[in-house]
Design a protein around this ligand. Sequence first.
Ligand SMILES: NC(=O)c1ccc[n+]([C@@H]2O[C@H](COP(=O)([O-])OP(=O)(O)OC[C@H]3O[C@@H](n4cnc5c(N)ncnc54)[C@H](O)[C@@H]3O)[C@@H](O)[C@H]2O)c1
Length: 274
Amino acid sequence: MSRRLEGKVALVTGGASGIGRGCALRFAEEGASVLVADLNGERAEEVAAELTTIGAKADTVVVDTSSEASCEAMVRAAVAAFGRIDTCVAAAGISHAGYVSRPADEQVGVDRMDRDDLLVLDKSLASWQKVLEVNLTGVMLTDRLVARQMVAQGEGGTIVNIASMAAVVALPGSADYCVSKAGVWMLTKVLALELARHKIRVNAVGPGYIRTSMSGSSVSHQPWVDARLKETPLRRLGEPVDIANACLYLACDESSFVTGEILFPDGGLGAGTR
Ligand SMILES: NC(=O)c1ccc[n+]([C@@H]2O[C@H](COP(=O)([O-])OP(=O)(O)OC[C@H]3O[C@@H](n4cnc5c(N)ncnc54)[C@H](O)[C@@H]3O)[C@@H](O)[C@H]2O)c1
């Protein structure tokens, strides 16, 4: 059987870590050339090196997806490296305004939900705006600049936005995050309608609790893990590859009649709450 993304070019934002890295690796295994785009250039280089060891073509670009000029440069870098873009995963994101993605051995433990200043009544406007800028505006900018390139190419394409189960499940203390992810889900549907005429499909993935840097500090806190496992019918945390496989399906031709949809790889967490 031929590989699902043979000869295709993939751009992955947030590709230096966690879910984005998982997508970069999985897409490369399926034959894609991958541009690893991330705020953290050093970790992006490490991922690109991993991709080349499995025989894939890979390149990197440093991007701040909340800046339009930076996203424009990212798309130019993809075209310079590989001549085109066929598929994009918009995975760059933050859990809260002060979040910094770190490798496993550098993670610091903070139980965020116990901090009153994270509730809407107390949250600073600057914190709220930062999360919306990265998680929602950043995805919109990524999507539209990639889509403009795809329209110019004239052969369609696929875009997968990483939302969250928090798009549909309210989490106290994380209003900014939940609203940003609900926005990503709605943005996905609007773009699917607007871009269908160009044969560009736009879908979203809403992960449950996944073992990455973002959940890293909590994963080392056993009461947090126990509570999450209790909520998750399949009784395990997800791994980045669980999300990458969902993204792969939406990126490749196997989903050719699917657009404007969201898939929730969440171990069944949402089945009882949505
Ligand atoms: N881990 C989870 O449990 C979980 C659950 C649901 C959704 N998500 C979403 O998955 C996506 C990936 O998160 P993750 O868990 O892999 O975390 P992660 O910290 O491992 O990866 C996030 C990556 O995004 C990059 N990034 C952050 N801000 C950026 C910016 N402005 N421009 C470019 N790159 C930027 C970081 O440098 C990092 O490499 C996020 O959108 C997150 O909200 C994660």
